[in-house]
Design a protein around this ligand. Structure first.
Ligand code: FAD
Length: 574
């Protein structure tokens, strides 16, 4: 089956939907998603979207720029941060006009709450900057944009899993996808293709990410010789439910929740004396792991408590209803009465497909763009989050850069060739499927995936060191070998999720290798990348983005300078 559109968007999260709506002003648009469109991970976003509206107290986009750069441990490109933060106010008001049901102040304005690392007057105190819809902000925005998408020239293809990006030299022609319902492989050709496929937290055992967050498209581009940027920076969110990894939004601390250790001490006072529990996520996650390692976990276990008992009951039920339900359902804990057991959980990929500010995918560290190929959202690296993202800046990133990418893609006018040999386009995807069906080994995808996630959790999570990272690299090689012996027992075509599991596992292994490999190369500690053997930030040698390529099966590293525009690196204190 062959489909042709002006713009093809892969992924129906907030970046994909924002891009599709914008691109539809210029021509026809298709949106492909491997699940039903509104089941994207953006729908799980809880806490809010950042914008210096100043509805609750004075705020300014300039303070937002500063906080984002400082939060990124000075690795973010400062021109891109400025683009995002200055566009934030208009973006949130634009969402409101499209129909997003934001929570309100008593006076009827969009309500705002505190979030980690967001401050006023360049760090003097926490500020209310997160705009929210209770703790279901993502779902509210996704539903509104999906609705808007229905009224435009946008065609949705739910449950189509992309297997290949079609490239001719540095020209992108579209993508090949399997229709999950029938098992048929189809080609989607387009003038411009936008990758908006989200994160890959499933590389780790404990994660807040959806099962679908497997980083398929970044891994496909890596295989095609394109680079990935800053892969060593993976954010652990401080408060995942103990044993499950399900997220408890930072909004819970924004509303007054505090972290306490096994001795009942509010330990963040020692690590971040000014903004305490609302320090950026990298610092809070390290603090929690340090408390646990030094024997101050709760009841000798690897956990600390998030205590919401001082938050008024009305606030809990009105602003954090989902969190209350999660805790009751999954942990048997009522947060109004008892503290919540939490541990850091793998949450957000700062690294990804390098792009310029209009989403054009970069072929290398010198900034040459591939033609007709774009990326936006969590799978991309602009880079606005640098070494550590601030809470509520991802939803903002998806909408701001999703829109810019949609516009740049929509304006591409030249159509790729006439495809005399159309069938040839599908050969690599079909060959990959036959290769998997042809395997006769005795490994199962589930078992190999579990071992990968354990390995990454133990050797490459909040704290890292050379010996552990080398062990991770060796372990990943072994897992690659085991993955070659995965066989599938379901021989059918319809809804063959066993084959898709095997494919997704391959993507996760490739990305794990770039994460551990980039972490091994970077001999300093910055943001979420914390090396026990190199505990200091080293601006002299490492104030640069890493670009990892795969050449003949081996990783190759190159580097790109960080754009500094107004805020030279300083020591980070909170
Ligand atoms: C639990 C949780 C809470 C969060 N809360 C917040 C918050 O409050 N504020 C904030 O700013 N950020 C938050 N984040 C982060 C933020 O939600 C995400 O970074 C952002 O929503 C990602 O959006 P996206 O459009 O890039 O991708 P996603 O929303 O992840 O969508 C990816 C899309 O790509 C599709 N896809 C993937 N692979 C394929 C393939 N091979 N073929 C076809 N389709 C494919 C998927 O089906 C999906 O439609 C949270 C994240 C989590 C996990």
């Amino acid at each position: 089956m062959f489909h042709s559109f002006d713009t093809l968007v892969i992924g129906s999260g907030l970046s994909g939907l924002s891009a599709a709506i914008e691109a539809s002003k210029y021509g026809s648009v298709a949106v492909i998603a491997k699940l039903y469109p509104t089941r994207c991970h953006s729908s799980a976003a809880q806490g809010g979207i950042a914008a210096a509206l100043g509805n609750e107290e004075p705020d300014s986009p300039e303070w937002h720029v500063y906080d984002t750069i400082k939060g990124s441990d000075y690795l973010a490109d400062q021109d891109a941060v400025r683009t995002m933060c200055e566009d934030a106010v208009g973006t949130v008001i634009g969402l409101e006009h499209l129909g997003v049901p934001f929570s309100r102040t008593p006076g009827g304005k969009i309500a705002q709450r505190r979030f980690g690392g967001h401050t006023r007057e360049f760090g003097s105190a926490a500020v209310r900057r997160a705009c929210y819809c209770a703790d279901r902000t993502g779902l509210a925005i996704v539903t509104t944009l999906y609705e808007q998408g229905q009224s435009r020239d946008i065609r949705f293809f739910p449950e189509f899993h992309v297997l290949d990006v079609l490239m001719e030299g540095n020209r992108c022609l579209g993508a090949a996808a399997i229709e999950i319902r029938t098992g048929q492989v189809c080609a989607f050709t387009a003038r411009a293709t936008i990758l908006a496929t989200g994160g890959y937290g499933r590389v780790f055992r404990t994660t807040s990410n959806a099962i679908q967050s497997t980083g398929d498209l970044p891994a496909i581009l890596l295989e095609k010789g394109l680079p990935l940027e800053d892969m060593e920076f993976f954010q652990f969110h401080p408060t995942g439910l103990y044993g499950l990894g399900i997220l408890v939004t930072e909004g819970a601390r924004g509303e007054g929740g505090i972290l306490v250790n096994g001795e009942g001490e509010r330990f963040m006072e020692r690590y971040a004396p000014h903004i305490k529990d609302l320090a950026p996520r990298d610092m809070v996650s390290r603090a929690i792991i340090t408390e646990i390692r030094e024997g101050r976990g709760v009841n000798g276990k690897d956990l600390v408590y998030l205590d919401l008992r001082a938050v008024p009951a009305k606030t809990l039920s009105e602003r954090l209803p989902e969190i209350m339900n999660f805790c009751r359902t999954y942990m048997g804990v009522d947060p109004a009465v008892s503290p919540i057991p939490v541990v850091p959980t793998a949450h957000y990929a700062m690294g990804g497909i390098p792009t310029d500010r209009d989403g054009r995918v970069l072929e290398n560290e010198t900034g040459v763009a591939a033609h007709g190929l774009f990326a936006a959202g969590e799978c991309a690296c602009v880079s606005v989050h640098g070494a550590n993202r601030l809470g509520c800046n991802s939803l903002l990133d998806t909408v701001v850069f999703g829109r810019r990418t949609g516009e740049a893609a929509g304006k591409i006018k030249d159509m790729p060739g006439a495809f005399s040999e159309k069938e040839k386009l599908l050969e690599p995807a079909k060959n990959m499927l036959s290769e998997i069906f042809g395997r006769r080994g005795d490994e199962k995808a589930g078992a190999v995936k579990k071992d990968l996630q354990e390995l990454m959790m133990h050797r490459c999570s909040v704290f890292r060191n050379e010996a552990g990272l080398k062990e991770a690299m060796r372990g990943i090689e072994e897992l690659k070998e085991r993955a070659r012996h995965i066989s599938v027992s379901d021989r059918g075509k319809r809804f063959n999720t066993e084959v898709l599991d095997a494919i997704e596992l391959g993507r996760l292994i490739d990305l794990a290798q770039t994460i551990a490999g980039s972490a091994l190369e970077r001999k300093e500690s910055r943001g979420a990348h914390s090396r026990e053997d190199y505990p200091e930030r080293d601006d002299k040698n490492w104030l640069k983005h890493s670009f990892v390529f795969k050449r003949q099966g081996a990783l190759e590293f190159r580097y790109k300078p960080v754009t500094i525009a107004g805020f030279p690196p300083k020591k980070r204190e909170y």
